[in-house]
Design a protein around this ligand. Structure first.
Ligand SMILES: Nc1ncnc2c1ncn2[C@@H]1O[C@H](COP(=O)(O)OP(=O)(O)OP(=O)(O)O)[C@@H](O)[C@H]1O
Ligand SMILES: [Mg+2]
Length: 357
């Protein structure tokens, strides 16, 4: 197990900067998820930690020791790639034993450890099968066993569940989490599935365009996003964003005057669909809107609305659909649920101090 440290670590290819200078510390035994859209530098970050790519700058440390120059096979890192990349001509036993061969572990011991690890991830019955004779979920577990068998000090998982169906994902999620806790191995999980990140990780690193936007718990990211990017990336259906202007301590909204401590300037108001409360039209302090579309989501109902603030989404719990297309409604937009962002910088204004008036 190891404490992992990135200090100003960066990676570029010619003009393409895949990872901007990045600082991050991951504690011994922690499971951190890296979450971000396609192309934001998640895999590149993992590959630098694994020793597959050399950083263009900065320092990587494992337990305080700089490892930039340490070859991949001497870093003792287990990795599960985006595609599981099992050796197709080898059976499960030999696939799992493979990394031990490199380390010069005697055959009998390698075999024993491979079988033990296979049992740990519950493929102990499949040792003589080849990858082609297994389901995706089973192959996934073998890939995990192969990463775990050498007792790595760092486990890197690059979208390990992306090829599984929803049910299997759910059970693999909790299984990986259980194993990770049991072994206490420092783990970095790359995903662009926010539910995966929020359910599995101790902390989430949210990346965009090669930069870390925010590091924190799911509550930090959801309730206290530092930027418009984080606010709109976390949460489904996504947050409503509305342009407004702060002037002389006031925000002029079409339905309500709002006092604010924010300084003068163009702002963006964010309000999550679940905080938009629908009721009868023409109520005092409510924003008038027309229902454009009703989307049943099973446990919830999503309303698409047209209002003087533009298009808004409102999410209601329960399957009962209280309104229909074309209905006039009044939207309550509680000030306490509004997030305010500086439009220019995209950063959240932390003390907007919103009040009616
Ligand atoms: N070998 C390479 N040569 C040049 N550019 C590369 C190389 N590998 C990655 N890139 C670029 O670096 C950026 C980050 O790529 P990376 O694979 O880290 O993204 P990612 O976050 O893992 O995306 P995804 O979710 O699609 O897997 C992208 O713009 C990509 O095109
Ligand atoms: Mg990737």
């Amino acid at each position: 197990m190891a404490r992992i440290e990135l200090s100003s670590v960066t990676k570029s290819w010619g003009d393409v900067v895949a990872v901007e200078p990045t600082d991050l510390v991951i504690d011994d035994g922690e499971l951190v998820a890296i979450l971000g859209p396609s192309g934001c530098g998640k895999s590149t970050t993992l590959f630098m930690l694994a020793g597959i790519y050399a950083p263009s700058g900065g320092e990587l440390r494992f337990d305080g020791a700089v490892v930039n120059e340490v070859e991949a096979r001497h870093r003792n890192v287990g990795i599960v790639f985006q595609s599981y990349a099992l050796y197709p001509h080898m059976n499960v036993r030999r696939n799992i034993m493979f990394p031990l061969k490199f380390k010069g572990v005697p055959a009998a011991e390698a075999r024993r450890r491979a079988e033990e690890t296979a049992r740990l991830v519950q493929v102990g019955e499949l040792l003589d099968r080849t990858p082609a004779q297994m389901s995706g979920g089973q192959q996934q577990r073998v890939a995990l066993a192969r990463a775990l068998v050498k007792e790595p000090q760092l486990l890197l998982l690059d979208e390990p569940l992306s090829n599984l169906d929803a049910t299997l994902r759910l059970s693999m999620r909790s299984e990986i989490r259980r194993l990770q806790r049991q072994l206490g191995v420092t783990t970095i999980l790359v995903t662009h599935d926010q539910v995966e990140a929020t359910t599995m990780a101790d902390r989430i690193v949210c990346m965009s365009k090669g930069r870390i936007e925010q590091v924190g718990s799911v509550d930090d990211l959801f309730l206290r996003p530092k930027s418009l990017f984080v606010a709109s990336f976390i949460g489904a259906p996504p947050i409503n964003l509305v342009d407004a202007r702060a002037e002389g301590g006031r925000l002029a909204l079409p339905h309500q005057a709002v006092g604010t401590k924010a300084g003068d300037g163009d702002v963006v108001i964010g309000i999550r669909p679940e905080n938009v409360a629908l009721g009868a039209p023409d109520r005092e302090g409510c924003l008038a809107a027309t229902v454009l579309q009703v989307e049943p989501m099973g446990r919830e109902t999503l309303y698409v609305l047209d209002s003087a603030l533009g298009r808004l989404h409102a999410l209601e719990h329960g399957a009962q659909r209280r309104f229909r297309d074309g209905d006039r409604v009044g939207c309550e937009l509680p000030l306490s649920a509004m997030l305010l962002f500086d439009r220019q910088s995209g950063l959240r204004i932390e003390e907007p101090g919103l009040a009616a008036g």
